[in-house]
Design a binder for this molecule. Structure first.
Ligand SMILES: Cc1ncc(C[n+]2csc(CCOP(=O)(O)OP(=O)(O)O)c2C)c(N)n1
Ligand SMILES: CC(=O)[C@@H](O)[C@H](O)COP(=O)(O)O
Ligand SMILES: [Mg+2]
Length: 637
């Protein structure tokens, strides 16, 4: 544990309010050491947190949190904030079951006035808080901190566009520009910010001194007159933001406490217009292994603090993500119309591999899922074969585009939905729980779910051939099950499932990831003298009606299993059975799916157990339905 004498005196931000610049610097150093040490035992989003240590200390020193509202965009950089807001005693439980969330969360602390984890929501939320304050005649201040990567999303612009009209009072947006998203940032705004930073203004701000006050907008000038040192580090510019009605201040060095504190004090005092403070930081700041790594330790597993070496688990199977990337490359080698789209997640989606193989056919559109989907629709409309690879949870943001721009027009966009199902430590915000329901209800959509990595390869091959309508395939976070992938996977027959194991009394109909557990459940049932068929549905849409109706006819009990929310595969099957009268003769149907709650972060195994999607739960469900009765423990292997 690091030596933290000053931090030890701080439990809440109020404890820092009397600190001088030297003490604030020392506090930042100690918070940084504490953050590194904590994440070394928990894993998590380290690089972004290290980049905002000074900013966090300065914000809590200047603003009267929690009365003043401080909103972190994404929230993945909030560990220093948690350390300073009464949660240091639990900081080594970050992202662990029952422990602190890795993001901001309203239920966790009054210092988290708004929860997040998806990007680019902070300015809208802050504007809402500012407008609420205005409505109530309050006087508290409101701050949003948003990263340069998150500044690529439509929501951020929608909020800035509305800011001047929605609030007549104080609102500070801190643009934390570390010139990084998860991958290097992309797009015109990123280039614009780089230009602002590389301009003479930034290089020379230290020389500007008090004369700068003359060039500042009037409120700054007045404030600067009161405290001339506040003017240091403030530079006008940023035409784009000015045109939207903001005062633009910056760029300033986000690691320089003597620049940060006075500038933030000034921003807090401005009430006639919103202020955008452009702060330049370094992702991974102050920890050499992070600073020197390509991803700046954006997300790490446990690591050794001295060497920075991460304790990566060894696996015998490739990750689904890697299978997606490599299989798509194979297909693209024979089909020049295949192109791939990612919304700022090239590494996370495996499209970094595709991008190396086909740089000209890979589009990283930034954090802009809505645009990604409609951009793919345009590509498809003009004869390309777009694979739009977006995590299930982030595709939620592009849903109207999926409906309106893709599905209604019947365009053959292929949606590769990674991280479908539970994701462990990132928790509820990142779980891909809903895609079966929201994609499966769309007319014309072909929706597949991979039970293993060979199935994923087959589904990619299938999607390649679907040229007359949209298609989607879902697959989970993590490694495959270790099955062999054929050199050239054959496409599947659309709407055909497969029987994996034949039995007589119970039919377990699995969609996607829980097939292995379903097979284990069949073993458990067999040990209890119950014969089970196990089928892999492969398709949530169109359903294999023939297979499902046969299972219904030939078994006493039918259990659907899926790693998705209610209202998904099980609901589709029930609807089919009802429509075809297959429920009329007493078939016992049970639908196993994710529980109707937002499951908190935990180890995946614990989450599956809590969800009731393990072999013993499946088997117990069958036994209970058959009236054989079994406490779960009774069927455990
Ligand atoms: C809507 C959405 N898309 C993608 C992501 C994945 N994501 C999390 S952080 C991040 C990069 C954010 O970059 P920036 O805002 O600059 O913060 P930094 O990591 O640089 O501190 C991305 C792409 C997300 N959380 N939400
Ligand atoms: C904060 C965020 O949204 C990403 O960093 C996310 O945590 C990545 O998840 P994976 O680790 O599953 O790629
Ligand atoms: Mg960034």
């Amino acid at each position: 544990m690091p030596d933290t004498p000053l931090l030890d005196t701080v439990t809440f931000p109020a404890d820092t309010r009397g600190f001088d610049a030297g003490q604030l610097r020392q506090l930042a150093d100690e918070v940084r050491a504490e953050t590194i040490d904590a994440v070394s035992v928990t894993g998590g989003h380290l690089g972004s947190a290290l980049g905002v240590v000074e900013l966090t200390v300065a914000l809590h020193h200047v603003f009267e949190t929690p009365d003043d509202i401080l909103i972190w965009d994404v929230g993945h950089q909030c560990y220093p904030h948690k350390i300073l807001t009464g949660r240091r005693d639990r900081i080594r439980t970050l992202r662990q079951g029952g422990g602190l969330s890795g993001f901001t969360k309203r239920s966790e602390s009054e210092y988290d006035p708004f929860g997040a984890a998806h990007a680019s929501t902070s300015i809208s939320a802050a504007l809402g808080f500012a407008a609420a304050r205005d409505q109530k005649g309050g006087s508290n201040r409101v701050v949003a901190v948003i990263g340069d990567g998150s500044m690529s999303a439509g929501m951020a612009y929608e909020a800035m566009n509305n800011a001047v009209e929605a609030t007549s009072g104080q609102l500070t947006v801190v643009l934390n520009d570390n010139d990084m998203s998860i991958a290097p940032p992309v797009g015109g705004m990123s280039a614009y910010l780089a230009k602002l930073v590389s301009g003479g203004t930034y290089r020379s701000f230290r020389r500007l001194g008090r004369s700068m006050a003359q060039h500042l907008p009037r409120p700054f000038r007045d404030a600067a007159k009161k405290a001339e040192e506040y003017a240091r580090g403030m530079v006008t510019g940023g035409t784009f933001f000015e045109e939207l009605g903001f005062y633009y201040v910056g760029p300033i060095d986000g690691h320089d406490m003597e620049a940060l504190v006075p500038v933030l004090k000034n921003a807090a005092a401005i009430t006639d217009r919103p202020v955008l403070v452009h702060v330049v930081t370094q992702k991974g700041k102050g920890y050499a292994p992070a600073e020197n790594s390509a991803d700046k330790y954006h997300g790490v597993v446990k690591f050794d603090v001295v060497s920075g070496k991460q304790a990566k688990a060894i696996s015998n199977a490739p990750s689904y993500t890697k299978v997606f990337g490599t299989e798509l490359i194979k297909r693209a080698q024979h089909d020049p119309s295949i192109v791939a789209i990612t919304a700022a997640m090239p590494g996370g989606t495996g499209l970094d591999l595709f991008g190396q193989a086909f740089p000209e056919r890979t589009y990283d559109v930034g954090i802009a899922e809505q645009h990604a989907v409609t951009f793919a629709a345009g590509l498809a409309a003009d004869g390309m074969k777009p694979f739009c690879a977006i995590y299930s949870t982030f595709l939620q943001r592009g849903y109207d585009q999926v409906v309106h721009d893709v599905a209604i027009q019947g365009l053959p966009v292929r949606f590769a939905m990674d991280r479908a199902g539970l994701v462990g430590a990132d928790g509820a915000t990142h779980a891909g729980s809903f895609d079966i329901g929201f994609m499966g209800t769309l007319p014309g959509m072909v929706l597949m779910a991979a039970a293993d990595e060979a199935e994923l390869a087959a589904m990619i091959a299938t999607a390649c051939e679907i040229d007359d309508r949209p298609s989607a395939f879902r697959y989970p976070r993590g490694d495959g099950v270790g099955v062999e992938i054929p050199e050239r996977a054959a496409p599947l027959e659309i709407g055909r499932g497969r029987i994996v194991r034949e039995g007589t009394s119970v039919a377990i109909l699995s969609l996607g990831t829980r097939l292995q557990e379903s097979l284990k459940a069949a073993d458990l049932l067999s040990a209890r003298g119950v014969s089970a068929t196990v089928a892999d549905a492969r398709f949530a849409k169109p359903l294999d009606a023939e297979m499902i109706l046969r299972l219904a006819r030939e078994h006493e009990c039918l259990i659907t299993v899926e790693e998705g929310a209610m209202g998904g595969f099980g609901a589709f099957v029930l609807q089919l059975l009802a429509e075809k009268g297959a429920l009329d003769a007493g078939l016992k149907v049970r639908t196993l799916h994710l529980p109707d709650v937002f499951q908190d972060h935990d180890k995946p195994e614990a989450m599956y157990a809590a969800a009731g999607l393990n072999a013993d739960h499946i088997a117990a469900t069958a036994l209970t339905a058959l009236g054989i009765g079994a406490a779960r423990g009774a069927v455990r292997a």
